[in-house]
Write a protein that binds this ligand. Structure first.
Ligand code: SF4
Length: 166
C-alpha cells in the first residue's frame, strides 16, 4: 500500500514525453516556496493498493512512454515504490522520479530501501526546490540547483551524468 496524494493519467511537464504521474504523500524537506505544501503531510490523500495504481497506468498504455514519481517525497516510501517501479519497468515503461534529496545524499544514506528504489529509476531530478533559483530553470526542474540525472549511467560510471538533451 502507498499513501497517495494524487495521480495524473497523462502529463507533458513532469518528464520527457507523455507520462502518468504518481504524487505520493509525506515530505520533511520543507523547501521554501514549496508548491505542494498539502503533500508534505504523511497522512494527506488516500491509502491505495499497488494493483490499483498499476491498473490506472495500464489504461494509459500505449499512449504514455513512462511514469513519473513525485510528491511529497518518493524516497520516504521507498519500499512499496520499489515494488511498483519493478512492475512499471516490466511493462516496458521508463521511470523518472523527483526527490528533495540529492543523488549523493541517497547514495551516502546507506539505506537499503532508498538505494533499491534509486536502482529502478532511469532519470532522477534531485535536490530541494529553491524559490530564489526558479527563474531560469528548464522545463522539467523547479529551480536551477536541481539536476536531471541519468541514474543508470551515473551508477555505472560512479559519477554524476546529467542528461544533455531533454
Ligand atoms: S521536496 Fe517537494 S514536496 Fe517536499 S518540501 Fe520540497 S518542494 Fe515541497
Amino acid at each position: 500500500m502507498l499513501q497517495v496524494a494524487g495521480f495524473l493519467d497523462n502529463s507533458t511537464v513532469n518528464g520527457k514525453g507523455l507520462r502518468s504521474v504518481l504524487f505520493v504523500s509525506g515530505c520533511n524537506h520543507n523547501c521554501i516556496g514549496c508548491h505542494n505544501k498539502d503533500m508534505q503531510d504523511f497522512n494527506y490523500g488516500d491509502r491505495v493498493s499497488l494493483d490499483h495504481i498499476l491498473n490506472r497506468i495500464q489504461h494509459n498504455i500505449p499512449l504514455i512512454s513512462g511514469v513519473t514519481f513525485s510528491g511529497g517525497e518518493p524516497f520516504e516510501q521507498a519500499q512499496p515504490l520499489t515494488t511498483l517501479a519493478k512492475k512499471i519497468k516490466d511493462k516496458g515503461l521508463n521511470l523518472w522520479c523527483y526527490t528533495g534529496y540529492t543523488y549523493e545524499e541517497i547514495l551516502q544514506s546507506n539505506n537499503r530501501d532508498k538505494l533499491n528504489l534509486l536502482k529502478q529509476i532511469d532519470v532522477l531530478i534531485d535536490g530541494k526546490f529553491n524559490d530564489k533559483l526558479k527563474d531560469d530553470a528548464c522545463k522539467y526542474v523547479g529551480s536551477t540547483n536541481q539536476r536531471i540525472i541519468d541514474v543508470k549511467e551515473s551508477l555505472k560510471l560512479e559519477k554524476i551524468i546529467t542528461l544533455k538533451e531533454v
